[in-house]
Write a protein that binds this ligand. Structure first.
Ligand code: AMP
Length: 430
């Protein structure tokens, strides 16, 4: 049965060469040793299945940000240069009911062909006889992109039969999809049981290099900047990093939970009332360990949650500057910016996860912008750990001044929580 209605209009098309990129060199630093690396593989004339993260944002069928495609190019080029018959697979979005044009990887195939400067065939499906025939017909140095793996619910269920079909006749699997490595899906974990070797690609290796190895061995002082909406989302990261960090800087709405727990008035600011005890425990724990745990001294507040609304900065909490009942905190205040920036300037290693305020709204973005600038100006090794802080750094045009920006959201958080990612654990040990 042909389960994929895309077959009619997609028809295993070959996307032509439009432009050419020069070869992107693989990273020059040594890759983490515990797992097999793409650099150690002999792929000449061999079929290689590679999981990539081509889950790009699309608007009316056009890619609005191709970062995830360009990020996979070094590994793809390395394998093609080595003479692999390369089969790529990825998910795109969250298709609910099987195959649909809306979630087709067709625009990705077009963009990838442009970036590689060579043809990229798009299969109409990810498994099945037609796909097997296309795979069998691949020559060394050619690329075949399989259609969205999530057109099959078996993908997210890590179904063994689906994983086996995806592995097909490939003996080598490469996983470069860091953003989905925290999920045990057929294309990230299951497939490794049906190949001889499973290696990490350059992107995966770089994420592990920075988020695990460099943070472990980072020079002191190690300053962790945490922000965002909720303490509950970050509690495990805070607990895990307590073992490594010298200083925590806390911004965003999560600061109000700490301030309320300390007995201050926080007006109608976002707060987690069921996490007040937890907040106090964190503060006590930090004190007992001799870790500096810095909360914002003051807060930028508003009565209206919209761009252009009037804002004020409170006096410092410790000087009676609490948030009035009908006002809410939307950013850190000026004293907090100055204190945090000073702390950042003397750091040797910085990890940043989560914005200092509602940076999406222009008039509430000052604190996040200032902290992003302080991190950019610092001589420390700067690591931006996924999610909204990445969006903020990009928005302020400071991305090229950071040492490393993670491409993963959930995957980076889980790594920072000290968890082993299923997509990494399943790779071949060396
Ligand atoms: P997270 O995904 O937990 O990193 O949270 C990021 C979100 O927290 C962003 O969308 C921010 O707008 C939001 N945020 C940060 N500070 C505040 C605040 N003071 N009040 C409300 N939302 C905030």
């Amino acid at each position: 049965m042909d389960r994929n209605p895309l077959a009619t209009f997609c028809d295993n098309r070959v996307f032509p060469v439009v432009s050419c990129l020069t070869f992107v060199s693989p990273p020059s630093y040594p890759l983490p040793m515990a797992k097999l690396s793409i650099q150690s593989l002999d792929v000449q004339n061999k079929e290689v299945l590679m999981r990539v993260d081509f889950n790009v944002p699309l608007k009316h069928g056009a890619i609005t940000d191709d970062t995830r495609i360009t990020a996979a190019v070094p590994s793809i080029q390395h394998l093609l240069k080595g003479g692999a018959k390369l089969v790529l697979c990825s998910h795109l979005g969250r298709p609910k009911a099987g195959a649909s044009a809306e979630f087709s990887l067709q625009p990705v195939a077009v963009r990838l062909a442009e970036l590689l400067g060579q043809e990229v065939k798009l299969a109409a499906d990810s498994i099945g006889e037609e796909v097997a025939a296309l795979r069998a017909g691949l020559q060394a140095g050619q690329v075949l992109l399989l259609e969205n793996t999530r057109f099959y619910p078996e993908e997210e269920k890590n179904d063994a039969d689906f994983a086996k079909q995806l592995a097909g006749s490939a003996d080598i699997f490469v996983n470069d999809a860091f953003g989905t490595a925290h999920r045990a899906h057929a294309s990230t974990e299951g497939v490794t049981h049906y190949v001889k070797q499973s290696a990490m690609g350059f992107l995966m290796a770089r994420e592990l290099e920075y988020l695990v190895y460099k943070l472990d061995q980072g020079e002191r002082p190690f300053v962790v900047i945490m922000g965002g909406a909720k303490v509950s989302d970050k509690i495990q990261v805070i607990n895990s990093l307590m073992a490594k960090a010298d200083t925590f800087i806390i911004g965003g709405a999560m600061a109000y939970t700490f301030r309320k727990a300390q007995g201050y008035k926080i007006g109608k600011s976002l707060v987690e009332n069921d996490k007040l005890e937890l907040a106090l425990d964190i503060l006590k724990n930090a004190e007992a360990k001799g870790i500096r745990f810095l909360l914002p001294a003051d807060t930028r507040i508003t009565q209206e949650f919209k761009d252009g609304a009037e804002t004020r900065v409170t006096a410092a909490y410790t000087e009676g500057g609490e948030i009035p009942d009908d006002w809410e905190g939307i950013d850190i205040g000026t004293q907090a910016i100055a204190e945090f920036s000073k702390e950042i300037a003397s750091a040797k290693t910085i990890l940043w996860n989560g914005p200092m305020g509602v940076f999406e709204i222009g008039s509430f973005a000052e604190g996040t912008r200032a902290i992003a600038q302080a991190v950019a100006d610092s001589a420390a090794l700067s690591i931006v750990g996924g999610g909204d802080s990445v969006t903020a750094v990009n928005k302020f045009g400071l991305d090229d001044q950071m040492n490393f920006i993670s491409t993963g959201g959930g995957a980076s958080l889980e790594l920072l929580e000290g968890k082993e990612l299923p997509g990494v654990a399943a790779l071949t040990n060396v």
